[in-house]
Design a protein around this ligand. Structure first.
Ligand code: SF4
Ligand code: SF4
Length: 711
């Protein structure tokens, strides 16, 4: 069962005369429907998972408009889908998380960009950059430049975002080039409103099919056509894009009275830049700035005439460009040099070269720049005052905290089925010493954090086993690889498993079969148990493994720690030479809770008997050594002060968040720790038998317990 987006789907039905109120990424989804797309696809990944989630739940609207929706198996598949726009006047959009998704998609993107498009092709990329990101820190800008795909970076405000989606399709068609729409986390989640338009049915669609196929060798990426395509890119498509961007004023200039200075920013950086000016007393609450701002809603290509016009007559400009390399700042230098303009360009000399441009970072950088510019129109005293106040607040916060703010690393959810696998690995390591583990991308990557610290390398989504192929032969003992079921279908089956079978690898692979791509918001994958009518419900990991030639396969229910440890031990010591696959099977706890909670609530309302399992620690027995916590890592298994004054150390304690998965008890049993854990059943709406049993139990307990004051 995936999350339901019924409420969000209603927003997609709004038409002319109505106002959309909501989140940035939903506004993008609505704008796609207003743009007359024929097809849409994508691969889940924060911060743009919502695009696909909502469209998948909006099948009635899609069917009415004849739009084809595809949940692609990977970003490469999504990018290749844009091939529909090469020969035909079909508008299409795809979405994924970047830069990782763009890495996966880059082969198809290069081909697409080389041949160009007839129908508008829009790639919505969730730029996962900054301290809330979950991926390597790089910029998508490089991909746009290398393949000559135009890059939109809209100001985070809903009317601008929607306009850029609509204009993005027009730009794509005017220049026969695919367009990227880059949205940072904050832009995706910004809330606001815009005036909706009616959804537009595409010219060609599932309801209005194409009759005649088009063939044109010039649109195939094979030499000699590729040589002509490269020329066409720079001689025709690029100038056409520059003309369109200029004529349609996709970039924005906000004039201000302090004309000798100027700020140039990526569209996505506008909000933080204007908030900074507001804090420095140089802009009002509505964003009216005293310093002129040139907002690059299109960061590639730049428009030299616009840059020149903005910089002309200014002493200096500050480029607010998040991330590195400083592509835009370097380009500004080149444009001004060519135009023989002497305006000084600042940027990374006042703002950090790398890392997220948070409010504080930009405030500090802009304040220092303004102080250095010493403009007679800027009150330097107030700038210093703001900076001093900022450092005083931070100093005070540090004093109150008594030092550094403690780090809060992410971790597995309470009762996560993946945690027991790592508990079992810890037990095996205790017996046989540590072994090399190639980790992968997914919730299971949290295993690299305390308390497990399991997983030596991470090389990319689904690439765990492929990354193990070089290191495994260098060890005398066997190595282990971890892969999620999401990674398995994304590319692990071919890049890792086919490769290992083909090369007669002797490794051990643990596949975490939790049923969803949980880390991206629990979307369905081919082997999910409950599929909608639009997806095949007959794809199994086991069959795929057998089909590719894996002979040693062992499914284990993850919560049975002893069985998991036994399977690992067997794989480690087996005489079988070849890939050994353990399938760690249990549903993602987040999804399970989401699935059963309404069922429980409904049963309770009907007066039905409901039994919930909870675990606990008998504090009289607990010695307070906390080995269970080190082997489990469940946030629900915590500590509390012992009520026995003779016990100095705090005892283990299970708090009310426990979902009763049983792992802590299993671990205590498998590791022969202690008998402190107990399992309790909470019965709601008890029946007559429950009541009799409870009365009987309390009577017997009453007999066994001495009366108060007795001996
Ligand atoms: S989302 Fe699911 S798989 Fe991921 S940590 Fe939570 S319970 Fe585990
Ligand atoms: S049973 Fe133990 S491991 Fe499972 S959720 Fe409760 S405290 Fe956590």
């Amino acid at each position: 069962m995936e999350r339901s987006f019924t409420k969000e789907v209603e927003l997609l039905k709004l038409g002319a005369g109505q106002t959309f109120h909501g989140e940035g990424i939903l506004a993008v989804t609505k704008a796609l429907l207003q743009s007359g797309i024929s097809y849409v696809g994508g691969y889940q990944g924060a911060p743009v998972s919502h695009v696909m989630d909502v469209l998948n739940d909006a099948r009635d609207i899609m069917d009415e408009l004849g739009i084809h929706v595809e949940t692609n198996a990977s970003e490469a598949g999504a990018a290749a889908m844009l091939g529909a726009s090469i020969n035909y006047p079909l508008r299409g959009a795809v979405a994924w998380k970047s830069t990782v998704g763009t890495n996966v998609a880059s082969d198809a993107l290069s081909n697409l960009a080389s041949v160009g498009v007839r129908g508008g092709a829009l790639i919505v990329i969730g730029e996962d950059y900054g301290e809330g990101a979950s991926i390597i820190q790089e910029r998508s800008h490089a991909f746009a430049m290398k393949s000559q795909i135009w890059l939109l970076d809209p100001r985070p405000n809903l009317p601008t975002i929607v306009r850029m989606v609509e204009k993005g399709f027009e730009l794509s068609e005017a220049s026969n080039t695919p367009v990227m729409l880059e949205l940072r986390i904050r832009a995706c989640h910004v809330h606001g409103a815009f005036e909706a338009k009616d959804n537009v049915a595409p010219r060609f669609s599932r309801r209005n099919a194409i009759e005649n196929p088009d063939f044109d060798f010039a649109r195939v990426s094979l030499p000699p056509a590729t040589y002509a395509q490269e020329k066409h890119k720079v001689e025709v498509r690029w100038p056409a894009a520059v003309k369109f961007i200029r004529e349609n004023r996709l970039n924005e200039v906000f004039e201000g009275p302090i004309a000798e200075l100027g700020i140039i920013c990526q569209g996505g950086m506008y909000n933080v830049a204007v908030r900074t000016l507001q804090q420095l007393g140089l802009a009002d609450a509505f964003g009216i700035s005293k310093i002129p701002i040139y907002v690059l809603n299109v960061t590639y290509p730049l428009i030299p005439e616009e840059v020149g016009a903005f910089c002309s007559g200014k002493v200096a400009v500050l480029m607010v460009e998040e991330g590195q390399p400083a592509y835009l700042e370097d380009a500004l230098h080149a444009i001004l040099r060519r135009a023989d303009l002497q305006t000084k360009v600042h940027g990374k000399d006042f703002l950090p070269m790398a890392g997220e441009y948070t409010g504080e970072t930009v405030l500090t950088g802009v304040a220092k720049w303004l102080a250095a510019m010493a403009s007679p129109d800027v009150d330097s005293g107030s700038i210093h005052r703001v900076l001093d106040e900022l450092s005083a607040t931070k100093r005070r916060a540090a004093e109150l905290l008594g030092g550094a703010v403690p780090a809060r690393p992410p971790g597995f959810c309470i009762g996560c089925p993946e945690r027991p696998v790592f508990s079992a690995m810890k037990l095996i390591e205790r017996e046989s010493g540590p072994f090399h583990i190639s980790a992968d991308i997914g919730c299971h990557t949290f295993s690299t954090l305390p308390p497990f610290n399991i997983g030596n390398t991470v090389l990319g989504y689904g690439l765990g086993l492929a990354s193990n192929s070089g290191i495994a032969p260098m060890f005398s003992g066997r190595t282990v690889t971890i892969m999620g079921d999401g990674g398995f279908w994304h590319n692990g089956l071919t890049s890792g498993i086919a490769n290992a079978v083909f090369n007669k690898s002797d490794g051990i692979l643990v596949i975490m079969k939790n049923g969803y791509t949980s880390a991206t918001g629990t979307q369905n994958i081919p082997s999910s148990l409950h599929q909608t009518e639009w997806k095949s419900d007959d794809m199994s990991i086991e069959r795929a493994l057998k089909g590719i030639g894996v002979e040693w396969i062992k499914p284990v229910y993850t919560y049975r720690v002893s069985e998991m440890a036994k399977a690992l031990r067997e794989a480690m010591n087996s005489a079988y030479k070849g890939l050994k696959v353990i399938i760690a099977d249990a549903e993602c706890q987040l999804e399970r809770q989401r699935r059963i909670r309404p069922q429980i609530a409904a049963a309770l309302q009907r007066g039905k008997r409901v039994v919930r399992t909870r675990f606990g620690v008998d504090e009289d027995v607990c010695s307070g050594d906390h080995s269970c916590i080190r082997l489990s890592g469940c946030p629900s298994l915590t500590i509390k002060a012992a009520s026995d004054p003779l016990k100095v150390d705090p005892v283990a304690h299970v708090n009310n968040d426990c979902v009763g998965c049983g792992l802590c008890g299993e671990v205590a049993h498998a590791a022969i720790l202690c008998p402190s854990f107990f399992r309790a059943e909470i019965v709601q709406n008890p029946n007559i038998l429950d009541r009799i049993a409870a009365r009987l139990r309390s009577t017997v307990i009453g007999w066994l317990q001495p009366a108060e004051g007795g001996r």
